[in-house]
Design a protein around this ligand. Structure first.
Ligand SMILES: Nc1ncnc2c1ncn2[C@@H]1O[C@H](COP(=O)(O)OP(=O)(O)OP(=O)(O)O)[C@@H](O)[C@H]1O
Length: 661
């Protein structure tokens, strides 16, 4: 199995420190494909920038004409023509500026939309341990703050850079045309701006990394504090939590102030350089005017050109800093994009791909994904989207065929009725990066219609076994077969249609009860939903609610009990109607009466299917055709509940009221 070289967030922050320029180049190279489809519009923005700069150049020349023709002479006749022309130029320039800036804002937001969708799509392919090893608040920050920071470099940065460059060239050309000798004297100062930016960019890079990390840590602390609020209140931990928040906020403040100081340092030193230049020009101009080689209008126009020339040069230097800061955000996105999914769809020749599979990955804005996106080696990757693992466009390499097998054609599973035979052959597995096997030589078979309960001491590997059955991971050795086909040879979406997981805590989606049940099989009719709810023992309490099936639920504010939510989850699983069911501690946290209501529903749910249940609950074990006892990763015993009890040993010791339970 391919190992994921995961490290925790902090150590990744400390790892590899490319120099700022290289980091920016890598980021631009990897994210640039996301601008596909908008590049023509980016060109339009650049053209509009050029036209705007031309308009401003014309305005300055008209200003010089106005000064010499009307102001110096005190002649109103010389005022009207240049004044009307100037006004016309100003209106057209304003219009072009409006169009250009609006279009640039649209392109920037579209890039954000695509980048976030691309990172999120890849995130959805990552295995459970990735989410265990990264704080959720930090991941939220990456999908929001870091994505926006990268945009500042990849789209806004490029557009502003091109526009600044065009403006600078144009104003420089105009200044040269007006007085080449004065212009050259002025240009000598330009490298000072870029030098200041270069000196600061090294420090900016380190500060930006700290700032991005501090942002992530702060969001994490807030998210965790909100999640833990009842615990915080019940244990009088308000002060401790407030201190934790303050600690994270202070770290963020320090990083933010350092960043602001660098920005401000750049801005203010540039102001001083600019003032020096302007004074120099006025001094030279005064000398030229006194020698009769220059008019006042020419001097003012020249000074205006130089006044226009500095902002683009300053902005080019500032952009170097913005890009350096953004590359710290980009590194945090690469951390996600370079993490490898633990499992991959089998390679299916395009012509043989199942037409019933989900459509190709589509951007959040409804447009097709650009074909190649941000592969670590910069190569384009094709979005195949043969299943829920369709984040392949962002992965870092093609999947290895597990166990050294070649590319596999995707076998079709049999229809719902009759199938569902599960077979484990000598399965060994250890979590990526953990370095030890959690399951060792596990072999058993579960036939259609059979209920197999897996039990054992805490940490024996029961939940891990379920993660393999639902193919969140592949075994390191051995194989798992569904109706004779290795799970690794089945498209993930097909596999997960055939194997339904009922997790320990019922998942609640934001939406009505009806929607929560219907997500088991999108498109289910009201009658089918009600039938599933009845079989799950949920119909009676749902109907008693004011809004019945339209009662809104939200992940943390359901207003339903744990047992009721579990029955909604059972209705969802019933509707899914898959041949294999995998249940993780379905009665955990429920009292005797809730379990009493749940068991008949579980019995109906498992009828005619292959059911594997992880449970410590004896009432669930009593439902089983066979009980498997896992101990330290291997199967220690198997038999019916009664047989195992009679045999004594580990199983008997697990029962409540016994010493080793
Ligand atoms: N993401 C992970 N990375 C590394 N090790 C893990 C990970 N998840 C679980 N483990 C380890 O794998 C072993 C088996 O864990 P598992 O959750 O499968 O046990 P379990 O039998 O389900 O326990 P319980 O009954 O307490 O839920 C444990 O030693 C655990 O520490």
């Amino acid at each position: 199995m391919e190992r994921w070289s995961g490290m925790d967030t902090l150590s990744q922050g400390l790892a590899r420190r490319p120099e700022p320029g290289a980091a920016v180049r890598t980021a631009v190279r990897r994210f640039w494909p996301l601008t596909a489809g908008d590049r023509v519009w980016m060109l339009v923005v650049c053209c509009l920038s050029l036209l705007t700069a031309l308009g401003e150049t014309a305005a300055i020349l008209l200003f010089g004409e106005l000064t010499d023709g009307a102001l110096r002479e005190g002649d109103l006749d010389g005022f009207w023509t240049p004044a009307v022309q100037w006004l016309a130029v100003a209106v057209v320039t304003a219009l072009l500026g409006y169009l250009g800036n609006s279009l640039a804002a649209l392109l920037a937001e579209r890039f954000v939309l695509r980048l976030r969708a691309a990172v999120f799509r890849h995130l959805q392919t990552l295995p459970p341990h990735y989410f265990q090893r990264h704080r959720h608040g930090d991941l939220v920050e990456r999908l929001t703050g870091d994505v926006e920071a990268v945009e500042q470099m990849a789209v806004s940065g490029v557009l502003q850079g091109v526009s600044a460059l065009l403006g600078a060239l144009l104003y420089a050309a105009a200044a040269l045309w007006l007085r080449w000798d004065l212009a050259l004297a002025t240009f000598l100062t330009a490298p000072l701006f870029l030098y200041a930016a270069k000196v600061l960019s090294g420090r900016m890079s380190a500060v930006s990394r700290q700032e991005r990390r501090a942002d992530g840590a702060l969001t994490s602390v807030v998210a965790e504090a909100l999640d833990n609020m009842p615990f915080t209140q019940a244990y009088n931990r308000e002060r401790a939590e407030a201190q934790r928040l303050e600690g994270a906020a202070r770290a963020w403040l320090r990083a933010a102030v350092r960043g602001a100081r660098l920005d401000e340092g750049y801005r203010q030193s540039i102001e001083v350089v600019e003032t020096l230049c302007v004074l120099g020009i006025i001094g030279l101009g005064a000398w030229e005017i006194s020698a009769g080689r220059m008019s006042l209008g020419q001097l003012l126009a020249f000074a205006a050109f130089v006044g226009y020339l500095y902002p683009p040069i300053r902005s080019l230097g500032g952009l170097a800093l913005t890009a350096t800061a953004a590359s710290a955000g980009a590194e945090r996105l690469f951390d996600i994009l370079d993490a490898r999914p633990a499992v991959r769809d089998p390679e299916v020749p395009a012509a043989r791909a199942d037409p019933a599979g989900p459509p190709g990955a589509v951007d959040a804005d409804g447009t097709d994904s650009p074909p190649g996106v941000v592969g670590a080696d910069g190569t384009a990757r094709t979005v195949v989207a043969a299943g829920p693992g369709a984040g392949k466009a962002l992965g870092t390499g093609e999947p290895k065929s597990p166990g050294g097998r070649g590319p596999a054609a995707a076998p079709r599973l049999p229809a719902r009725s009759g199938g569902g035979r599960l077979e484990l052959r000598g399965v060994r597995f250890g979590y990526p990066g953990a370095g030890r096997s959690v399951l060792r030589d596990v072999s058993f078979t579960a036939a259609p219609g059979e209920v197999v309960v897996v039990t054992g001491p805490s940490g024996a590997g029961k939940s891990t076994l379920l993660a393999l059955l639902t193919r969140f991971y592949d075994p390191d050795a051995g194989s798992i077969l569904l109706d004779g086909t290795d799970l690794r040879d089945l498209p993930l979406d097909r596999l997960r249609e055939h194997v339904t997981l009922l997790p320990q805590r019922a998942h609640v989606l934001s939406g009505s009860i009806r929607e929560n049940i219907a997500c088991g099989r999108p498109g289910a009719t009201d009658a089918e939903i009600e039938r599933a709810a009845r079989a799950a023992g949920a119909h009676a309490f749902v109907r008693a609610l004011d809004d019945g099936y339209f009662t809104p639920l939200a992940p943390r504010s359901t207003g339903l009990s744990g047992g009721q939510l579990q029955r909604i989850a059972i209705a969802r699983a019933l509707l899914r109607d898959s041949p294999v069911l995998v249940l993780d501690e379905p009665t955990t946290g429920l009292d005797a009466s809730a379990v009493h209501h749940l068991l008949p529903a579980l019995r109906r749910l498992s009828a005619g299917r292959t059911t594997v249940v992880v449970s410590h609950d004896m009432s669930v074990a009593a439902l089983a055709d066979r009980v498997l006892v896992l101990e330290a990763g291997h199967l220690a015993a198997s038999g019916t509940h009664a047989q195992l009890l009679a045999r004594g040993g580990l199983y008997a010791s697990l029962q409540p009221g016994t010493a080793a339970g």
